[in-house]
Design a protein around this ligand. Structure first.
Ligand code: C5P
Length: 286
């Protein structure tokens, strides 16, 4: 007897694609360190698209191809977090295609966002549940799986949603990959204060930018800038742009973001920075 063939039966789908948007840390406070060496954080995380995509298709064995404008240097073997995520998920094998648009080792989630997208795609393709222990794959997996604005605490396992006003973001990566463990290891202090207990209501982009500038920071910016002083040039380029409300580094760098209230000003900033620094990666996202 054949199974009913409902149109919504994901197991019958030939291919399933999920997006892996860029993860941006609007603020990142390092508040301590666990006995295992992982750092305790208090961070405001948002996601901006479109980012990378991951497509899963049924196949005879597990495999991965990496395509897209930022595919160079991305391993397609078992060390890729996308395949590690697929192994953790189990079930019938699939061929995965990672279409890479975001720079890697760039402080915007890359590998974790891709792994989360792979898990979502495989869950839709096979109907299997997403594994519970996501942090076996990386500290940022839970927030990337939710892919919604969140205050992230612990090493990334404690997530509280927060409301974000409409924002225009200009991302600038000055072309230097940075190793997250190396940036954490170079921190001079690991006991910075947490974010305010209660986050105010952010009515608009200007209010959010004012709060971020006054009450928050990215503690990884100083060690990252020591390793890659060009981060300072990326921040200067954003701050010089008309309408830039705030410029800061994301995650462990080297990608920096500028917050804009106005889409036109944000696109102008991205265009001007691209013309001046054609070797950098620059994108206007929301
Ligand atoms: O968990 P993930 O593999 O993404 O982290 C990469 C490295 O970054 C960890 O091995 C650790 O050295 C560092 N890290 C940390 N504290 C965090 C997240 C990452 O020390 N909260």
């Amino acid at each position: 007897m054949s199974e009913p063939r409902g149109a919504g039966d994901a197991r019958l789908a030939g291919a399933v694609t999920e997006r892996a948007p860029a993860k941006i840390n609007l603020a990142l406070h390092v508040t301590g360190r666990r006995a295992d060496g992982y750092h305790l954080l208090d961070s405001l995380v948002i996601f901006a698209g479109p980012g990378d995509t991951v497509t899963a298709r049924p196949a005879k064995e597990w495999s991965l191809s990496v395509t897209g404008p930022r595919a160079a240097g991305i391993p397609a073997g078992e060390e890729n977090l996308v395949l590690r995520a697929a192994r953790l998920m189990g079930g019938p094998p699939a061929h995965l295609t990672l279409d890479k648009h975001l720079p890697a080792s760039a402080g915007i989630g890359g590998g974790s966002a891709d792994a989360a997208a792979a898990l979502r795609a495989l869950a839709r393709l096979t109907g299997r549940p997403i594994p519970a222990d996501l942090q076996a794959l990386g500290a940022d997996l839970p927030v990337c799986m939710a892919s919604l604005p969140a205050r992230m605490r612990g090493i990334g396992e404690r997530l509280d949603p927060f409301a974000v006003p409409a924002l225009e973001l200009c991302l600038v990566n000055p072309g230097i990959p940075l190793s997250t463990p190396r940036v954490f290891a170079a921190l001079e202090r690991r006991d910075g204060g947490a974010l305010p207990d209660h986050l105010p209501d952010f009515g608009d982009a200007a209010a959010l930018a004012a709060f971020l500038a006054r009450d928050t920071r990215n503690d990884l910016e100083a060690p990252a800038r020591q390793m890659a002083p060009v981060i300072g040039d990326a921040l200067d380029a954003l701050r010089a742009a008309r309408g830039c409300l705030l410029a800061r580094m994301s995650g462990s760098g080297a990608t920096c973001f500028g917050l804009f209230a106005n889409a036109g000003a944000c696109a102008d900033a991205a265009g001007a920075i691209t013309r001046k620094h054609p070797g950098w990666w620059t994108a206007a996202l929301r």
